[in-house]
Design a protein around this ligand. Structure first.
Ligand code: WT7
Length: 664
């Protein structure tokens, strides 16, 4: 890789990284010229571009004649008169292409046992589940909730629903009975697919008993059947007439199952995500447009090749697991790793060992995981990536939050061996797939920037009135044209859909991402500055909380992780409040004061005195959801010193709330 120094317009001196000649040689998009040609093609003939790709990447039972239907905007329709089946596209057609004996999934259980399944065997399994569901009366348009941990069964359950045209709604296995109940009620699902238990970090955790609890809470009368996959084999309660072991559901079922050919707009899945207020929203995705972008982004952003071993570490309970485990890699006939466990069990070398063991070539994870593994690696040699053979890797990815340059560079150097491009992929549950990301064989990378829009995506930055802002000036991230994999609706709440994503501020024309962003003056690169409500204004100065976090984390000998929020302040309008996890034990009293001063000075040096946190709070960890997302609204409450009224049911580690009570 070649390294050059970027211009002075970046806040601190950052290096530009170029893909190696070796990577470029076989890349799907091997140059900026190739990237620009695609961007141009989309600009010149938007519908022609997406129509071409939809024909090239997907197999249609009934070809579409219309690409985009805007007649009921913002309820856009794509490929609406075409018919297809997602499961057919992911399984049958690969078998038909001769990939039947190819490994589809390499599953590694929490305890390390490995199970491999070929495309043919996965197709058989999916067909038997699909036939079992049909035998129970589950049909096209019914909703099925899936509450299961990472497993071949989980992926197969999703595919089986897709096969019969049932809309799946996966609920992350870490959610409580109450959250599960709320989602079941909102979907009006007819069945739940779950397992007796899940195993994480050496611990047996319940699933089926939580389903029981959720159903007792009431409001779930629509549920007729609960299908239970055997994971632990331990004794569990089964309700006669409602609960059936999956083994019994599939017993005697045929391994062939005619797919339900659905309209492209047929809802493939609902996935619940938190809004800024109120109850979680059921994000509704389509079949055709969604699958197109899942396949296309896997092909271009992950550059997936026939011999790759792809690993997305996300859970199927989140959109990343839907797009880059269940659908994208399988639609392309790829081989992928599915991991049941956690990155720190039996130790923090687990990811590195698995990359080594399975000769993983493309690895996709979240900055929060990277940061915690940096901390572990620096504390203990045995879990440092250098102790493992990671030479199989050729491409790395990051998702879910901005990756701070210090973490980016560590990932690049210690995991990627300074030879793998990193794709920092910006997208959302609502967008279905990547929106802004480098093309790994083309885009020069700058740590901390997700670089440029995926070809065809009309991302832009505007002010409150919807007017474009010049590069170098931050604003509101919008998407100016509908795209195939966009959210179609909020399940059962079209008004909320319009208000959340197509607000009147922009005359209902632009998709509002809910993030702030800035484009670099020279390169035009996008940097996400955080959710819009995370932008601080201190003494009339605008700054991103991420910028301060990045500065704190760049104090690499001291800081493992940091989160910054604003709180109201009498003199400065807003004040910066930093929550910091140190690489050492939790400090108290004078020692804490001294470290706080040291950190303030560091931030002052990195950005400027205005960015110095007024409050610094130390914790052994940050409050995160089980998916690893920092709960910023909770931090804002703590920062303000107000009572916590938020729902903390999704919090992984409630005990740290006490530690964070003291500000220095
Ligand atoms: C929000 C969406 C993307 C799937 C997983 C999360 C933030 C996501 C990035 C990135 C900066 C990012 C945004 C976005 N985000 N990726 N590469 N750089 N920020 O999906 O739970 O719907 O969250 O995550 O704030 O709006 P999600």
């Amino acid at each position: 890789m070649t390294a050059t120094t970027a211009g002075e317009s970046t806040p601190t001196q950052l290096t530009t990284y170029l893909p190696s000649a070796e990577f470029v040689k076989n890349a799907a998009i091997p140059s900026m010229d190739a990237y620009n040609a695609l961007v141009k093609e989309a600009e010149t003939d938007y519908e022609g571009y997406w129509g071409r790709l939809a024909k090239e990447l997907l197999s249609w039972k009934v070809p579409f004649t219309q690409v985009l239907d805007e007649s009921d905007a913002p309820f856009f329709k794509w490929f609406a008169d075409g018919k297809l089946n997602a499961s057919y596209n992911c399984l049958d057609r690969n078998v038909e292409k001769g990939l039947g004996d190819k490994t589809a999934i390499i599953f590694e259980a929490d305890g390390g046992e490995v199970t491999k399944i070929t495309y043919k065997a996965l197709l058989d399994k999916v067909c038997r589940i699909a036939n079992g569901l049909r035998a129970m009366g589950v049909k096209k348009g019914d909703r099925v909730v899936i509450y299961i941990s990472m497993s071949i069964d989980g992926v197969a359950a999703m595919q089986a629903c897709a096969r019969i045209g049932a809309t799946h709604s996966v609920v992350f296995g870490g959610f409580s009975a109450q959250s599960l109940r709320d989602r079941v009620e909102d979907t009006g699902a007819v069945a739940i697919i779950t397992a007796d238990h899940q195993v994480r970090g050496g611990k047996l955790l319940p699933l089926k008993s939580i389903v029981d609890e959720a159903l007792i809470l009431g409001g779930c009368d629509s549920i007729k059947n609960v299908l239970v996959v055997k994971r632990s084999g331990s004794e569990i309660a089964m309700t006669a007439g409602r609960d059936t072991w999956m083994d019994d559901v599939v017993k005697g079922q045929s391994t062939t199952c005619e797919p339900e050919w659905v309209e492209a707009e047929h809802p493939l899945f609902l996935l619940y995500t938190s809004g800024s207020t109120g109850k979680p929203k059921g994000v509704q995705h389509s079949t055709g447009g969604y699958l197109l972008h899942a396949a296309l982004t896997t092909k271009w952003t992950f550059d997936l090749k026939a011999d790759d071993v792809f690993w997305c570490t996300a859970d199927i309970g989140w959109v990343t697991g839907h797009t880059y485990i269940t659908y994208g890699p399988l639609a392309l006939g790829g081989t992928e790793i599915v991991f049941e466990g956690v990155p720190t069990y039996p130790d923090a070398g687990r990811f590195w060992k698995m990359i080594q063991d399975h000769k993983c070539t493309v690895f996709y994870t979240a900055p929060t995981a990277i940061r915690s593994l940096i901390k572990a690696a620096e504390a203990k040699d045995s879990v440092h990536p250098k102790s493992y053979d990671l030479s199989s890797l050729r491409l790395l990815g990051s998702v879910g939050e901005p990756i701070n340059p210090a973490a980016w560079e560590w990932y690049y150097k210690h995991v990627g061996g300074s030879k793998c491009p990193i794709v920092d992929t910006f997208w959302q549950t609502e967008t279905g797939g990547h929106m802004i990301t480098p093309m790994p064989g083309a885009t020069p990378m700058i740590p901390g920037s997700c670089t440029l829009p995926f070809p065809g995506i009309q991302a832009a930055i505007v002010d409150e009135t919807g007017k474009d802002v010049p590069n170098g000036q931050g604003g509101i991230l919008v998407v100016k044209k509908p795209w195939p994999s966009m959210i179609r609706n909020i399940w059962g709440d079209p008004e909320r859909f319009k208000k959340s994503y197509y607000p009147d501020d922009f005359k209902g024309k632009y998709y509002l991402a809910g993030d702030g962003a800035i484009r670099d003056e020279k390169t035009g690169y996008f940097t996400i500055t955080g959710r819009i409500d995370d932008v601080l204004n201190v003494s009339g100065h605008r700054m991103g909380t991420m910028e301060i976090e990045s500065a704190l984390v760049s104090c690499t000998d001291l800081v493992a992780e940091a989160a910054v929020v604003g709180r109201p302040d009498d003199t400065t309008g807003e004040a910066v409040c930093a929550f910091v996890v140190l690489k050492r034990s939790l400090p108290m009293g004078d020692e804490a004061k001294a470290i706080a001063k040291q950190l303030r000075d560091h931030v002052g040096k990195e950005i400027g005195p205005i960015a110095k946190p007024k409050d610094i709070r130390f914790g052994e960890n940050l409050p995160k959801t089980r998916s690893g997302k920092i709960m910023r609204r909770l931090l804002r409450s703590i920062a303000k010193g107000e009572a916590i009224t938020q729902d903390t049911s999704t919090l992984e580690n409630p005990a740290i709330l006490d530690q964070l009570g003291q500000a220095y």
